[in-house]
Design a protein around this ligand. Structure first.
Ligand code: GLN
Length: 454
């Protein structure tokens, strides 16, 4: 049914870069056999899923939305991919994304934009616009995204779906094509909080193949979502981040947020206002740290080892081939980030830029720590505005970067955060998202609150 739905609507939505029709049907048949002999007991066995094209798959290309990896068939499955297969989840295909996950609209994909199913003239968010759009268009019931600065939560908010960034280090990055290694985190996307929780427990867990993987038991997020669904938040302390409103925020987004906070109160939560004074510097710090790490990570696309090679005319040096290849293979946003990053890391500037950004990162972590001494979770809007029109911000990188204002602090600090639909903005009828943030390794708290609110 989902493959039929994809055939019907994906020409207009373009959520997928690759649909694995035969592979998915074969995998589904195999799951039936495994269930029959008691080999697989996961509640998600047989459930189809859309996988962001940044996670490697041995049976489908992994392009990361870039020409430099066009048609690249990875030699190994990502740990996330492996865990999905082991649980019997059926991978339908790979979803569209901003090139190397750099963007907030999916317009930076080298393969054309994804459209928001709520309004095809609008962006579905990014970088994981394909994953969230596939859910909103009912092409898949579950999807996987990755969140470096908001790429799961922001597409979730603007497509009216749930998106979760688990605590950094709890979902393996092995086989996740690196953008910014200290920030990248894969997580579940779904249409309900409980579905996201079920998927969370499949993909999370220690992995010796990832040096930043945390060796701790998986958080009991399914139980927390079930508990939350009873609609009782008595004894839960919720902090409203004071800094996330005012100039730049759409009125309808603020109204939905205020209504959500009132609903949390009605469910029994104790709501207080909390100040996080350094959050306003998060965007600036992020746009030094993420490009710095990207400039280093993307050095591996050297035209020698794998991916695109542009050999040019006549006898060229390795350096010339590398240069021609990177010129042709990377899009404008990726080049912008590499240049920003190499500049920020260069001798003489390193302390002023990269060093200062790392200090800001520490101050943001401290803001979270002192907030979480007073409250169990923090809430804020996920995005300052609803989905904007395709093309509207593509020539203005700063306007594009402002989308991530509310999501970035949790990436810098590494704590857990999710977005749950919070109704439609009055002025344009488009979805908004309530962001719920929890301390690192306390992901279950945000699931409970989001499931109660949902
Ligand atoms: N929009 C942010 C960026 O462009 C975040 C992207 C992400 O989370 N992958 O970097």
């Amino acid at each position: 049914a989902h493959l039929d739905r994809i055939a019907e609507v994906d020409g207009a939505v373009h959520a997928f870069l690759h649909v694995n029709t035969e592979g998915a049907l074969a995998a589904a048949a195999k799951v039936d056999e495994r269930i029959a002999v008691g080999e697989v007991a996961s509640p998600l066995a047989g459930v189809p899923l859309a996988l962001k094209d940044v996670l490697t798959t041995v049976d489908e290309p992994t392009t990361v939305g870039s020409k430099i990896l066009e048609n690249w068939l990875p030699p190994y499955d990502a740990t996330v991919t492996e865990r999905l297969r082991a649980a019997g989840v059926v991978i339908l295909g790979k979803t569209n994304m901003d090139e190397f996950a750099m963007g907030s609209s999916t317009e930076n994909s080298a393969y054309g934009p994804t459209r928001n199913p709520w309004d095809l003239e609008r962006i579905p968010g990014g970088s994981g616009g394909g994953s969230s759009a596939s859910l909103a268009a009912f092409e898949a019931p579950l999807a996987i995204g990755t969140d470096t600065g908001g790429s799961i939560r922001q597409p979730g908010a603007v497509t009216g779906t749930v998106g979760v960034k688990p605590t950094y280090g709890t979902v393996s990055r092995y086989g996740l094509v690196a953008f910014s290694s200290s920030l990248d985190q894969a997580g579940p996307c779904a249409r309900t909080v409980l579905d996201a929780a079920l998927l969370h427990e499949v993909i999370a867990g220690y992995d010796p193949m990832d040096s930043t993987s945390i060796n701790e038991p998986v958080r009991p997020v399914v139980e927390a979502a079930r508990q939350g669904a009873t609609g009782d938040l008595k004894g839960v302390r919720v902090g409203v981040v004071r800094e996330f409103r005012g100039e730049g925020y759409q009125q309808g987004v603020i109204d939905c947020f205020d209504a959500a906070v009132q609903q949390l109160r009605d469910l029994g939560a104790e709501v207080v206002e909390v100040s996080c004074p350094h959050f306003e510097y998060a965007l600036g710090a992020y746009y030094l740290i993420a490009p710095s790490e990207a400039s280093s990570n993307l050095a591996r696309f050297d035209a020698m080892r794998y991916g695109l090679r542009v050999s040019g005319e006549g006898e060229l040096s390795a350096e010339q081939v590398m240069s021609l290849t990177r010129e042709a293979g990377f899009g404008p946003e990726v080049k912008r980030r590499i240049i920003l990053g190499t500049y920020a890391l260069s001798a003489g500037y390193y302390d002023a830029y990269y060093g200062s950004a790392q200090k800001v990162r520490t101050l943001i972590s401290r803001d979270f720590s002192s907030a979480f001494e007073q409250v169990d979770v923090l809430v804020a809007p996920t995005t300052p505005t609803t989905a904007f029109k395709i093309g509207e911000r593509i020539d203005d990188p700063l306007a594009m970067y402002l989308n991530d204002l509310c999501t970035i602090p949790s990436n810098l600090a590494g704590n857990a955060a999710l977005s749950v639909p919070s109704g439609l903005a009055a002025e344009d009828g488009l979805p908004t998202g309530l962001q719920v943030m929890a301390p690192a390794l306390a992901d279950e708290r945000m699931y409970r609150v989001a499931a109660a609110y949902e």
